[in-house]
Ligand binder design. Structure first.
Ligand code: SF4
Length: 459
């Protein structure tokens, strides 16, 4: 018996034969890429989201030991292929990220390509997206526009999470959020960034204007005043924390239990990576001086500066509602994570631990939830450190894991964390004259604020 051979080869973004790119929609971020591809003359569309909670097609080709984001993506891919017979021949490819490193992410694209091929839809149907290929094909301006568009979506999510738990008329904040995201896509569809404008930061003006107006519109949504809601930091594995199908709607769960979510943004990964690359280039140059090392270091310094500048500018534009809720800088994140996670460890662990440490003493922060797919390596590293971190920063922390199935114990665990955080916030209000009810970021009386700064205070 001859075993059939199935190729696991993937496509690259600079391949001119690609006719159309289909992008999975885990959140509102991927539509930024669709709009930008359209802007640069390449047909693209969002892949329909599978509504099959049992992930039936994916389970047929996986053994349950794979990461949940991998399984969710392959479900979306196979369902699309099954519903669109032309997919086999129409030159369309399915978008999948790629990164090198110790965890399994680098295997997603080739393994999915193998599965799609084995399922009968042909070889090389997966596009393994590498930043250098995008830069080669469209120029670095494309990449900068994608970063800024995603930053804008992150900030709209913050406005949504800042407002929705308090709204009087259910659904108002969600509708406004959808409208504002469409406005971001419109900018991405038509604006081409040029270098002089990028360097001066002028290319950010349309997004700044849009976000300032969005903050005003969210601030005008009628809200119930005087609620005591703890802020719960939600961090952990990138895909599970962002895709509500994978995390079983954890943000709405926290809101329903009486909390307000501070979600680690999608762009955190790019900003922290830019900083980590810069630090590594700096160290290499310090060890061995060379012209190449100097240019390397200068290049990464420029990327790091640009990433932080754009984040700062766009956050400032939405300051009416988000003042005090700005993201910590990558350096601050590293400083807070250093004693738990070695600096050379890239990826989620330093970001999850460092962001939580950096934000813990901000107003209203009273709990943290780290999410991860079942058997996720970085999430397990973070879970191992959460007890020490919780003792240091004085707030309750839990880790919850997802395998694609419902789990009432997990739901109860989340509910208990929000309850504990609420008690923590209440006891601060009762015991500490420095905490009082007041205004925060444009909404009145919705959280408890720290009036005095208390250096070194452990809650
Ligand atoms: S971060 Fe976790 S879920 Fe993502 S690829 Fe790595 S091991 Fe899998």
């Amino acid at each position: 018996v001859v075993t059939p051979f199935f190729s696991a080869q993937t496509r690259r973004a600079n391949d001119p034969d690609i006719k159309k790119i289909l992008i999975p929609q885990c959140t509102k971020h991927p539509a930024v890429f669709v709009a930008l591809f359209e802007n640069y003359g390449l047909e693209s569309a969002l892949l329909p989201r599978s509504t099959d909670k049992d992930l039936t097609l994916a389970r047929r080709y996986t053994n349950g030991e794979e990461c949940l984001p991998f399984i969710q993506n392959i479900q979306d891919f196979l369902e699309y292929a099954e519903n669109n017979p032309s997919f086999k021949e129409d030159g369309a490819v399915l978008f999948q990220g790629w990164a090198c490193g110790p965890c399994r992410y680098g295997l997603y694209a080739p393994t999915q390509s193998l599965i799609v091929n084995r399922a009968g839809y042909g070889p090389q149907k997966i596009l393994a997206v590498k930043s250098e290929d995008l830069v080669k094909r469209f120029g670095p301006e494309f990449f900068i526009a994608a970063f800024d568009g995603n930053l804008a979506i992150d900030i709209l999510y913050k406005l949504l999470h800042r407002t929705r738990p308090y709204e009087v008329n259910e659904g108002t904040a969600d509708r406004l959020f959808d409208e504002c995201c469409e406005e971001v896509y419109e900018v991405m569809r038509h604006q081409r960034c040029r270098w002089p404008s990028i360097l001066a930061g002028n290319h950010l003006r349309p997004l700044e204007k849009l976000l300032a107006q969005a903050a005003d519109r969210f601030a005008s949504i009628p809200i119930t005043e005087g609620q005591l809601r703890p802020r719960i930091m939600l961090a952990g594995e990138f895909y599970v924390r962002l895709d509500e199908r994978c995390n079983k709607g954890i943000i709405r769960q926290i809101e329903a239990a009486g909390g307000e979510v501070s979600l680690a943004p999608a762009t955190e990964f790019f900003i922290y990576t830019a900083y980590a690359n810069y630090r590594r280039a700096q160290k290499e140059y310090a060890l061995q001086k060379s012209a190449k090392g100097y240019f390397n270091q200068s290049g990464y310094a420029a990327i790091n500066w640009l990433a932080h500048r754009d984040e700062h500018r766009l956050e400032k534009a939405a300051a009416r509602l988000l003042q005090g809720l700005e993201e910590p800088g990558a350096r601050e994140i590293r400083e807070h994570s250093a004693k738990y996670i070695p600096e050379h460890t890239a990826g989620e662990p330093p970001m999850t631990v460092g962001r939580t440490g950096a934000l813990a003493r901000r107003a209203g922060m009273a709990g943290a939830i780290f999410v991860g797919p079942f058997t996720c390596m970085p999430a397990s590293v973070v879970e191992a450190q959460q007890g020490s971190l919780s003792r240091e920063i004085g707030i309750p922390i839990i880790s919850v894991f997802y395998d694609g199935r419902d789990n009432t114990n997990r739901d109860e665990f989340i509910h208990s964390l929000v309850f504990q955080a609420k008690q923590k916030l209440q006891s601060r209000a009762d015991n500490d004259f420095g905490w009082t009810q007041g205004t925060q970021g444009g909404h009145k009386g919705t959280v408890l604020l720290c009036q005095s700064s208390m250096p070194g205070r452990i809650n």
